[in-house]
Design a protein around this ligand. Structure first.
Ligand code: VGL
Ligand code: ZN
Length: 247
């Protein structure tokens, strides 16, 4: 169906009318109407992408995301609802260009201009083969089919699981998903405003339908980056959902 602005307007009105009618019928009905309208069931052509749930990004890691470990039970509970699961790992070389320590006089969370553009500088993190780069030990995804590693080119970062920061070098994930007939991806993990956000937006660019599961993610939130990421994701057509909305 063609989604014209007018059609969207009508749909919105219809939705509000339905909720208003349900409200007058009692709060139980209101809840049921809202739950029904938000629920989404991943089909056989959907994949859950679990982004960077690694020791580096949780408490005790080298680049801890606040409450990062809290995504683990949420993602474990979601996993049985998906036939297809892909896991990513941030996987940097020692002395990687995204590390502040690789730039004289620079501190973590400052910016630098690299060949491909602005780069936020981070503490050394997720160095290949270290315990810091390992997946969180409580992540329980026995049915996951692919682990894709990114950020392994010494001079180029890769927040996105699809495309490196030069915006030219593909990781191969889009080809893998397409070859397997995947049409929709659900994105979870760390961090909402960096690797999750870039992965979600690149998934849209690659032609996938995209849901971002908000409570299955946690953010770094550097200078308003979380609000900016949600805005950019919405503009790119990523749908924001909660784990409770997934059937
Ligand atoms: C990430 C900053 C640097 C992430 C990775 O996983 O969001 N953030 N490297
Ligand atoms: Zn990184």
């Amino acid at each position: 169906m063609v989604s014209t602005p007018r059609r969207r307007f009508l749909n919105t009105l219809g939705g509000q009318a339905a909720v208003a009618a349900a409200a007058s019928a009692g709060s139980g009905w209101l809840w049921a109407a809202q739950a029904a309208s938000n629920t989404v069931k991943p089909g056989t052509d959907a994949a859950l992408i679990v982004v960077d749930v690694q020791n580096c990004f949780v408490t005790g890691g080298t680049l801890p995301v606040k409450d990062g470990e809290q995504v683990v039970p949420v993602i474990n509970a979601l996993a049985p609802k998906f036939k297809n699961i892909v896991v990513t790992q941030d996987w940097h070389t020692k002395g990687h260009a995204s590390f502040a320590s690789a730039h004289a006089g620079k501190k973590p969370f400052e910016n630098v201009m690299l060949k491909y553009g602005q780069q936020v500088l981070w503490p050394d993190h997720c160095v290949q083969g270290t315990d810091d780069a390992a997946l969180h030990k409580d992540l329980n995804l026995p049915s996951a089919q692919l682990v894709i590693r990114k950020g392994y080119n010494p001079g180029v970062d890769s927040y996105s699981a699809f495309m490196e920061a030069d915006r030219k070098t593909a990781t191969g994930l889009a080809g893998y998903l397409k070859a397997r007939g995947i049409k929709t991806v659900f994105v979870s993990g760390l961090a909402t405003d960096f690797c999750v956000g870039w992965t979600a937006m690149d998934a849209r660019k690659a032609g996938f339908k995209v849901y971002v599961i908000e409570d299955a993610c946690r953010a770094i939130d550097l200078n308003g980056s979380l609000a900016a990421a949600w805005k950019a994701m919405a503009k790119a057509g990523c749908k924001r959902v909660q784990s409770a909305d997934i059937a």
